[in-house]
Design a protein around this ligand. Structure first.
Ligand code: 6GU
Length: 249
């Protein structure tokens, strides 16, 4: 997969992706990440990319032209390779990003992220470019770079070969809409707190059952709404009904 990020802060993106699992994926050529500086596409002699908002008000607005030129230049390059392209606009006005979207995007060949800054981007360029508008949550950030890095991380780990143990991509939290079970490693006793006996039993089926039950219980206790989309057995549904009646729900 090739990821391109249109941004005013290319070094922010590059520093963010060259670390840990995503950094290794890039080194292993499973992924490329390039950051394109929108400022390079300003025709202004001072390389300006923003201006005052028509109608007045606080803050500056990113101009349409440099973004559109950066986009066009990138698209010309990508389309000569005949790959299909998906573009994502990082904005708090977008659809909430979730694991399903990460899975969908991980199957793309070419992804482009557009990161805004200041108060926003001239609406006309947003109308001209076909993009998915995506948000990473209901809070205000200074720009789209951290959201782009968040999404790149969650997408990259789903690309085959990126995780050493591809199982862990499948088993982790949210796969099947359940939170992950608790983990333990040595020592067996830490400040008097011991590891659950079942994990020391060597009995694989019992361990699997315990972990599954813990996943369902955690999801019930912490993120009840996720259970609506989870794949649950009849026995698990009964168990949940019992927990609910115990809690007087
Ligand atoms: Cl995706 N972008 C920006 N700029 N701010 C955000 C966001 C995205 N998600 C939450 N806040």
């Amino acid at each position: 997969m090739n990821i391109s990020v249109l941004t005013l802060f290319p070094e922010w993106i590059l520093q963010g992706v060259n670390i840990s699992v995503v950094g290794r994926a890039i080194q292993n050529e499973l992924l490329t990440v390039s950051a394109i500086n929108i400022r390079d596409f300003s025709y202004d002699k001072h390389k300006r990319v923003d201006d005052y908002p028509y109608g007045g008000g606080a803050g500056m607005v990113m101009q349409a032209a440099p973004i559109y030129r950066a986009y066009q230049t990138l698209m010309d390059k990508i389309q000569s390779t005949k790959s299909k392209v998906k573009m994502i606009y990082c904005t708090p006005q977008g659809d909430p990003f979730d694991q399903k979207m990460a899975e969908k995007y991980s199957k793309e060949e070419e992804l482009i992220f557009l990161c805004g800054h200041y108060e926003g981007i001239d609406e006309r360029v947003l109308e001209m470019i076909e993009m998915d508008w995506v948000s990473i949550g209901d809070y205000v950030l200074t720009g789209g770079e951290l959201p782009a890095l968040v999404m790149i991380d969650s997408i990259a780990r789903l690309i085959p070969g990126v995780l050493h143990n591809q199982d862990s991509a499948n088993q982790e939290s949210f796969q099947g809409s359940l939170l992950e079970y608790p983990h333990y490693t040595r020592p067996q006793s830490f400040q008097g707190k011991t590891v659950p006996d079942v994990l020391l039993s060597g009995h694989h089926e019992k361990i699997e059952n315990w972990r599954r039950e813990q996943s369902v219980l955690r999801t019930f206790e912490r993120r009840k709404r996720l259970l609506d989309q989870a794949d649950l057995s009849e026995k698990e549904k009964e168990q949940i009904a019992q927990w609910e009646s115990e809690k007087g729900l």
